[in-house]
Design a protein around this ligand. Sequence first.
Ligand code: TYM
Length: 346
Amino acid sequence: NATVFSMIQPTGCFHLGNYLGATRVWTDLCELKQPGQELIFGVADLHAITVPKPDGEMFRKLRHEAVASVLAVGVDPEKASVVHQSAIPQHSELHWLLSTLASMGFLNRMTQWKSKSNIKQSENGEYQVNDSDVGKVRLGLFSYPVLQAADILLYKSTHVPVGDDQSQHLELTRHLAEKFNKTYKVNFFPKPVTMLAQTKKVLSLSSPEKKMSKSDPNHDSLIFLNDEPNVIQKKIRRALTDSISDRFYYDSVERPGVSNLINIVSGIQRKPIKDVVKDVSQFNNYKDFKDYVSEVIIEELKGPRTEFKKYINEPNYLHSVVESGIRKAREKAAKNLDDIHKIMGF
Ligand code: TYM
C-alpha cells in the first residue's frame, strides 16, 4: 500500500519553486488518488525553528499562511491529511531513535547546514569547513535531515514528492531505513522513493546560478503565489537573461536565465522543453519573449492567488482541516511508533 508523504516549511506564502517542484505534484496526487493509497502533506514547523523564530506571534502567522497555501494550490483535504509536524509528538521521538543510528560522517556530507551557516564556498562550489565554523553550528540544524527521515519513516512512507534540493535528505532517509532494518533484523521500513517533478529545480530570477529560494533577501528573484499580475510581469522583465541571441533556445550552461524561463513554462504547460522552444521561436526580442512567459505564469497562478486570499481569511476552516488531518495521522504514527518500540525492546 502506497503512502505518499511530504512537507514544506512555514516561511510565508509559497514561491514558484515550491509550487512546480513539489506542491503542484501534491495536488496532482490528490486528483489521481487510488483506493488504498494514503496521502499526508504537512507543515514542517519543527524544521523551521532550526533558523530561530523568536517572535511567536509571527511564527503562528507563518504556520497559518502555510496551511492556506497548501489548500490554495489545490490539495484536497478530503483526500489528503494536512498536518502540523509539531502536533504529532511521534515525529520528535522517532528523530531521537533514528539519531542513535545516524553517523556524524553521513550528516557531515549534507550541504544544507553548511549553506544555512554561511560557510564559505570555493570557486567550484565546495564548502570550506573549518573547526571554528563547525563550533557555531547548532545541533538542531545539523540533525535536521534526521528529523526529516523520521517524518517520512514514521508513516512507513513509500513515495516522497519533493524538489531536487531534497534528494540528499532522501538518500539519508533510505540509508536510515536500511540501517534500522539491518540492525534489528526486520523488514519494517520500506525504502521511500524520491518523486521528482519535471520542473525539479526552479532557479532564481536574478542569479540563475542558484535555486529560487525563500531565504533570498532579494524578492525580485522569486515569484510568490500571491504576487499580483503586474508584480509578476515586473519581476520577469527584470529577470537576468543574456544578450547572446534574440532567438530563444534552451542551453542551461550558456543561457541559464533564458533556460530557466523556458523550464518554468515547460513545467506549467506540462510540455517537453523542445515543444516550448518551438513555441517561443516565434519571438525575436526579449520583451515579447518575457511578456509571453509572464502571461503563462500569471494565468497559472490566478487560481492559487485567489484561493490563498480566500483561505487566509478563514482561520476556523483552516483549523478544522488541520485538526482532522492530525487526528488521522496521529493514529498511524502511534501505531507505527508502538511497533518500533516493540522491535527495539522498549
Ligand atoms: P522547503 O520548505 O524548503 O521546500 C518545500 C518543497 O519545495 C521544493 N523546492 C523547490 N523545488 C524546485 N525548485 C526550487 N527552487 C525549490 N525550492 C524549494 C523543495 O524541494 C520541497 O520539496 N526539508 C524540507 C521540508 C520537509 C520535508 C519533510 C519534505 C520536512 N520534512 C519530509 C519531504 C518529506 C524543506 O525544507 O522544504
